[in-house]
Design a protein around this ligand. Structure first.
Ligand SMILES: [Mn+2]
Length: 247
């Protein structure tokens, strides 16, 4: 049987969602995700399953026994409370603790069970924060660089990422390549079990590997799933699904 890949999703209570889609009424809560994640996992031979943001995290816990891989998807800014900092007003974007709370439980459980984990964008930030690192709440004001560039089609490369030797470089079999960039925050202080293995030309962390769990416990800051026609994207998802199949 193909490996089951659990994919976390966004949670949002803003009524703009229902209004924009025309499917809902004001004041409804929504779970939603870009289909690029599903497409990428399916293309790589995995069975994508979206994990809803449950009210009680205990409801979600048994689910971890059914999945072979966990994909932490992109989304809103990570709650700074996770790394012990107050929200920097006017800098940190909207935060949704309900998702953060459940996703932290899922991540810790999957990590302890040595399930392969792939974090994408917010995903790698979240892994670093939960494992004891910190984040830049606002890259432009704190690091003087802009990585939320949405002027191109989503599969268009905007900056380069250079990888050190390691698992991800073996996966991509390339040292340096172009990626898209859609992030407002980024990894700051690296967590104790994390290693920065990829950076952009301005020094922003773009790829990490984490020890202590399954050997395939990695995160990337760009959006490979959006670069649907890139061979590099196919390589990453193929390696993830293969690791999940053999866990
Ligand atoms: Mn970037």
């Amino acid at each position: 049987m193909k490996p089951i890949i659990g994919i976390t999703v966004n949670y949002d209570f803003r009524e703009t969602i229902g209004s924009a889609t025309g499917l809902g009424t004001p004041l409804q809560d929504w779970d939603y995700i870009a289909l690029d994640y599903v497409n990428a996992v399916e293309k790589a031979g995995g069975i994508p399953v979206l994990i809803p943001n449950c009210k009680d995290t205990e409801t979600m816990r048994p689910f971890i026994e059914k999945i072979d891989g966990l994909l932490l998807s992109g989304g809103s800014d990570v709650d700074p409370e996770i790394y012990g900092e107050p929200v920097k007003r006017g800098k940190c974007g909207p935060v949704f603790p309900r998702r953060d709370f459940q996703e932290a439980e899922l991540l810790k459980e999957a990590f302890a069970r040595r399930i392969p984990i792939l974090g994408i964008c917010r995903g790698v930030q979240f892994m670093n924060a939960v494992f004891g690192g910190t984040l830049y709440q606002d890259l432009p004001s704190e690091m003087g660089t802009v990585h939320s560039v949405n002027v191109y089609p989503r599969n268009h490369a905007v900056h380069t990422v250079t990888l050190k030797e390691g698992l991800l470089r073996d996966v991509f079999s390339e040292e340096s390549f172009g990626t898209n960039t859609y992030h407002h925050q980024a990894v700051k202080d690296v967590c104790p079990n994390g290693t920065v293995v990829g950076t952009a030309e301005d020094g922003v962390v773009e790829a990490m590997e984490f020890s202590g769990g399954h050997p395939f416990t990695v995160g990337v800051q760009w959006h490979p799933e959006m670069m649907y026609d890139s061979p590099l994207t196919a390589k990453l998802f193929a390696a993830f699904v293969k690791a999940a199949a053999g866990k």
